[in-house]
Design a protein around this ligand. Sequence first.
Ligand code: UD1
Length: 381
Amino acid sequence: MKKIISVVGARPNFMKVAPLFRAFQQYRDIQHLICHTGQHYDDRMSRIFFEELELPRPDFYLGVGSGTHAEQLAGIMLGFEKILQSEHPDLVIVVGDVNSTVACSLIASRFLIPIAHVEAGLRSFDRTMPEEINRLLTDALADYLFVSEPSGIRNLQKEGIPQEKIFFVGNVMIDSLLYYLPKIAQSEILQTLHCQPGEYILVTLHRPSNVDHREELKELIGLLREIASLKKIIFPVHPRTRKKIHEFSLEDMLPANVIITEPLGYLDFMQLVQHAALVITDSGGIQEETTFLQIPCITVRNNTERPVTVETGTNRLAGTDPAQIKQMVFETLSNLSAGRQEGQPIRQESVKTPGSKDSRIPELWDGHAAERIAKIIYEKL
Ligand code: UD1
């Protein structure tokens, strides 16, 4: 029997580990355990995802919570060290690029426990992003690097990672999206928010570079005001962003036709993505989900570590200059209304079969990435 511990910490990790959990259930001689660091701890940032994604209660919960980067990283390392000392796993799996990813990789490497990194090789080449540092360090430590898009292979090769450690397997986040589409269709969020498919723009903003400074955040909220005069906006607000809006006293700037919600669960949120006219975001994963669902996406960042979403998918990088973002939003909306009638349901029909000839869906984003990963790991262990 081989023992594997998969690490989750923050919201974007849960939908990446869920398909891995299912894939490992097919292997009787693998014991797959889940360690939740508690980096995200609110019900709406964590517990709801376990329920909706049908994940079991984590086998280990470190309860680190929020804090400075140093506090968070150190807390995770101290907690994870104890788990590794008592459990002696044969492999640690880390996903994505959050603080939990790098902290657990560092400790596993000290115990000489092999590390698998799922979503390896992505690079924004912007070292001011904490995630970029997390990605670089984790990939330098990992023994198995599972890559979701071709740029990942090139980046790892350039960094001198040996070819035999690199595996192009596809995208586990898209595994989840495909698997849960029937449940996503049952969400009642559109009725709850009194919205029709295609009549709204969905907005998410949480990157420190966009929300942690008053001027930048004020400009972005001013931009939302302007856009909202054209089209309804739904804005589920991340705890970091909510805190900053409050701290900078910007609440009153948000007009009534911006529908503000708490952070949403996976099923509700994905239904909103699926039926949005347009998504405006600074998230990494949402660039991929909109690409797969063929929903136009405008990314409020100067770079992306997921270039396939721009080259092949529906994503456009707008930078962070409000005038430029506004122009791109107006362009996209006028292209859309030229292409279809306002208020008509959109996009549902355009979810193309992966691999079909005219597919603009990136290679291997086919719902089977986690199965490929589990098979490779099983053979290697
Ligand atoms: C983290 C990840 C980021 C990811 C994002 C998704 C890092 C460096 N960043 O950023 O890559 O895109 O998660 O959400 O790992 N908070 C709560 N409740 C929670 C969690 C957080 O209120 O359950 C608040 C706290 O005030 C905290 C702040 O949000 O200080 C930020 O949380 P943190 O985990 O530091 O980073 P995120 O901004 O969420």
